[in-house]
Structure formats: structure tokens, C-alpha cells
Design a binder for this molecule. Sequence first.
Ligand SMILES: C[S@@+](CC[C@H](N)C(=O)[O-])C[C@H]1O[C@@H](n2cnc3c(N)ncnc32)[C@H](O)[C@@H]1O
Length: 225
Amino acid sequence: MSHKESLFLSGDGSHTLFSTKFGAHYHSLHGAIDESVHVFIIAGLYKLVRQSYTKIRIFEMGFGSGLNALLTMLETEKFGIEVSYDTIESDPVPLSEIEKLNYTELLSCSGSLLTELHQASQNQYVKIREGFHFRKLIGKIEDHMFDKKYDLVYWDAFAPECQSSLWESEIHKRIYDAMDDYGVLVSYCTKGSFKRVLKGLGYKLESLRGPGKKREMIRAVKCPR
Ligand SMILES: C[S@@+](CC[C@H](N)C(=O)[O-])C[C@H]1O[C@@H](n2cnc3c(N)ncnc32)[C@H](O)[C@@H]1O
């Protein structure tokens, strides 16, 4: 193991992890579930639900604890939406740490759902629940060759202060090319340099209210030129 994680209780009572390798928490300390629901589910997924998508192709940068994937599965199940969910992770969290997380308890869902996501075979689609097709890519996003188009991107990398290259043009040009027209990218990061990267690539940016006390978050839409 190249790094260790330790468990923290965030402001909404849900756990988060701290990565000693990257020197960062996986979620906001103000509320891990609150942040994921606000940024990825409400601002991202629900936008496509409102647009009556019945099939959604999602790409997540940073599988981490699996919280975003779990929330997405629970939400899309309610709407009967078919999902293909691709997520990439360079440093998988050991199952022994995942088993300590209180997400399934707080979300009142089966305790096995999160472990199923973590135990899913790598690099191939696994049907976790009816309509939820999950592909866990293990490796660095820098080395990943995109092989399909996406409707929705959850950009959940550690902050630019920890991993600046993941917020720069080079990688985001590849993400932009992997998105379908009207594809949506959501992120908690509102740094000016990141917004300029997204604008420069051709996204239309929306500044939305952030989770908790955060003033802002970003939603970017790939509008056809
Ligand atoms: C903010 S955390 C993601 C939190 C996660 N989405 C969740 O729901 O718990 C960022 C994740 O990106 C992973 N990561 C860091 N560098 C990476 C890289 N170059 N390629 C792929 N994953 C990376 C980290 O190991 C970490 O799990």
C-alpha cells in the first residue's frame, strides 16, 4: 500500500476519509453526503433527469469511497433511469476502510451495496442493480484512453492545491472530447484558473450556489459549436 486513509466524521454526521498520500480529505468536512448530493446529484444528475434522459452515461474522476456511485445508483433507481457508470481510481481504498463508513446506514440502503461496488471486477461492466452498469477503471486518468462518449462527468479530483495537473487544459481537452453534445460536467472547484480552462475549451459555464456555506460550484455544459 502506497498510502493510508483515516476516518473522519464530517459536519452532517457522515464519514469521510483523509489520504496521507495526497494530503487531502475525500469530501468536505462540512458534510460528505451533503456535498456529494448537492454538487453531483442535484446539480449534475438532476439536470439530465429534468431533461428527460432515460439512459445516462456517467464518467467519474476519482472513485474514492464510492459515495458518488452509491448515491447515483440509489437516485437513478427511483426514476427508472438506465445508467452506465464509469469511474477511475489510481489508489483504491482497502475494503477494510470502506466497511467502516456509515453511508449505507445513513442512506438506509442495503449494507452490501457499497462493498459490491468496491468488489466489482475491474475494467469491465458489472450489473450491480437492474439498470446500473458499473465499470471500475483502475489506473491513472492521465493514462486512460477514452473509448466512449459521456452525458455527465463528475469531476471529483482532489483540489488543485494537491494535484494541479488534473485541473489543467491538457487533461480537460481529453474530457471535453469524450463528452457528447450538451454533456454536463460538475465540480465543487471554483478556482479562476479552472474556470478559464473550461471556458477556453468551449464549455458554457454556470456558477451555482455551493454546498453548505460555499458560495459557488461549477456546472459546465458542452454546447455544440
Ligand atoms: C476527492 S477523492 C474522490 C472522492 C470520491 N468521488 C467519493 O465519492 O468518495 C479523489 C480521488 O481521486 C483519486 N486519484 C488521485 N489521482 C488520480 C489519478 N491521477 N487518476 C485516477 N484517480 C486519481 C484519489 O485516490 C481519490 O480517491
